[in-house]
Write a protein that binds this ligand. Structure first.
Ligand SMILES: NC(=O)c1ccc[n+]([C@@H]2O[C@H](COP(=O)([O-])OP(=O)(O)OC[C@H]3O[C@@H](n4cnc5c(N)ncnc54)[C@H](OP(=O)(O)O)[C@@H]3O)[C@@H](O)[C@H]2O)c1
Length: 435
């Protein structure tokens, strides 16, 4: 028998995102009821500090510090987890699923580390799990991968999925900022966590790429499978040379199928200025997918913030509530039925940019090109500039044709050992995804 009882949502976390979800559920109650066919009401919110004064939450909201008041309450239909971090969030999600509650989460760390277990647990208990907010905040990307693009064989996912680093790289490129100053600027604007390591070291993007590539390639990709390199070694000189050579520098997240192998990597890269991802600036994120039917599709939007993340979280809440109201069974969970192996990074073949400082005297270039030539790394361009210092050094910038990562890494070691080379300052991959 159809019920008109309100669908009850229990909120775990009432911070940046949780506060946004609570406010939007109250502000948009009428529109959500019209879309779902039944009212959707917030039952209670769990927080770490229940006594904290909170000005910007809906009047009358029940706030608790006791998880069982939500997780074990039979009246709660949908649990929204926006606490963040691995624990206790993972335990709470599993407990909610165990009690037959649908779950919506924006937690990339839990989904990257434990996604397959969470999906299996939801299926076992006949409930839905939504995690659109876990990647790219407001950008719809999980839904399209699971539904609208489901007929495609996905060949590649190329993305910029960390807003903090994209903001920093944009400032370094446009204003010539040093890394430390770009980080300070991001911190001043509240774009970083208290500890920015997860953003700048590439961990956050690796979590998101693990989630996206698991769904895109229907295989289990854990966060630990994703190669990652952060942005801390980039210097103003790299941005100046990139511009001179016609490139932008971005922290890219690339997953690509190569036969039965899967590349999954997060690292800074030179992208041709004309590439769509090169034009994604500031805190914006973008995900580009290659599918055998759709060809290329690109999704772009704000990659962080209370309102964009609320948009994704409530989208999941509404679609689950619609199914609950209709008495429909939960959507079939994503199937991860393939066993693709991760391609070792040493086997990657791409192009490279190399910046080094060497003695400014005859024969130096010959020694450098011999090292590269012996390892079959062929040069695409060389820039040599005198450095105004007493030691008489030159800065040499080399770009290569496609070469094997293992050969390039060996070349870097050998170049660093040459007497004439004072420093190998940076090595950055040069990508043209989709070309
Ligand atoms: N912020 C964004 O732009 C964004 C974008 C996309 C996805 N996300 C994801 O959304 C989630 C939430 O992020 P956020 O920025 O909203 O975090 P946040 O502002 O730090 O809020 C966390 C909330 O969880 C509560 N909490 C923390 N530990 C708890 C515990 N052990 N038990 C119960 N409650 C606890 C906190 O309580 P108190 O209020 O009492 O301290 C707070 O209300 C994370 O998974 C994050 O990755 C965030």
């Amino acid at each position: 028998m159809a019920s008109d009882r309100p669908i009850a949502v229990g909120l775990l976390g009432l911070g940046v995102v949780g506060g946004g979800v609570a406010r939007a559920l109250a502000d948009k109650a009428a529109a959500i009821e019209a879309s779902v066919g039944r009212p959707v009401r917030l039952a209670a919110a769990l927080v770490a500090h229940p006594r904290k004064r909170r000005s910007d939450v809906p009047a009358g909201l029940r706030i608790t510090g006791e998880p069982s008041e939500i997780l074990d309450d039979p009246a709660v239909d949908i649990v929204v987890e926006v606490i963040g971090g691995e624990e206790p969030a993972f335990g709470y999600i599993q407990r909610a699923l165990h009690h037959g509650k649908h779950v919506v989460t924006a937690n990339k760390e839990v989904m990257a580390k434990h996604g397959p277990e969470v999906l299996a647990h939801a299926a076992e208990h006949g409930v839905s799990i939504g995690f659109e907010g876990s990647v790219g905040a407001g950008i719809p990307i999980i839904g399209p991968l699971l539904r609208e693009l489901a007929a495609n064989e996905i060949g590649a996912v190329n993305a910029i999925i960390n807003g903090t680093t994209n903001y920093m790289l944009t400032r370094m490129a446009s204003d010539g900022l040093e890394y430390a100053d770009a980080l300070a600027a991001a911190q001043r604007l509240g774009y970083t966590e208290a500890d920015p390591a997860s953003d700048v070291d590439g961990d956050d993007a690796a979590y998101k790429l693990a989630i996206l590539s698991s769904l895109a390639f229907r295989t289990t990709v854990r966060d630990t499978d994703v190669y990652r390199e952060g942005i801390a070694k980039l210097a103003p000189a790299d941005f100046a040379y990139a511009a001179e050579l016609g490139y932008a520098i971005k922290l890219v997240a690339i997953a690509k199928r190569v036969g039965d192998l899967l590349q999954a990597r997060v690292h800074p890269a030179f992208l041709p200025l004309a590439h769509p991802l090169a034009k994604v600036d500031g805190v914006y994120n973008a995900v580009e997918l290659e599918g055998d039917l759709v060809d290329w599709a690109m999704f772009q939007g704000p990659g962080a913030g209370a309102r964009p993340t609320t948009s994704a979280v409530l989208g999941d809440v509404i679609s689950i509530a619609q199914a609950v109201a209709a008495g429909a069974p939960p959507a079939r969970p994503p199937v991860l039925d393939r066993k693709l192996r991760i391609q070792p990074m040493a086997d990657l073949e791409t192009k490279y940019y190399l910046r080094l400082r060497a003695s400014d005297r005859p024969g130096v270039m010959a020694q450098i090109t011999r090292v590269l030539g012996d390892l079959r790394v062929s040069l695409a361009s060389v820039i040599q500039k005198e450095v105004a210092d007493a030691a008489g050094t030159a800065e040499i910038v080399i770009t290569t044709h496609t070469a094997k990562e293992s050969a390039v890494q060996e070349a870097v070691t050998k170049l660093a050992a040459l007497d004439v080379v004072l420093e190998v300052s940076n090595l950055v991959r040069v990508e043209d995804p989709g070309s």
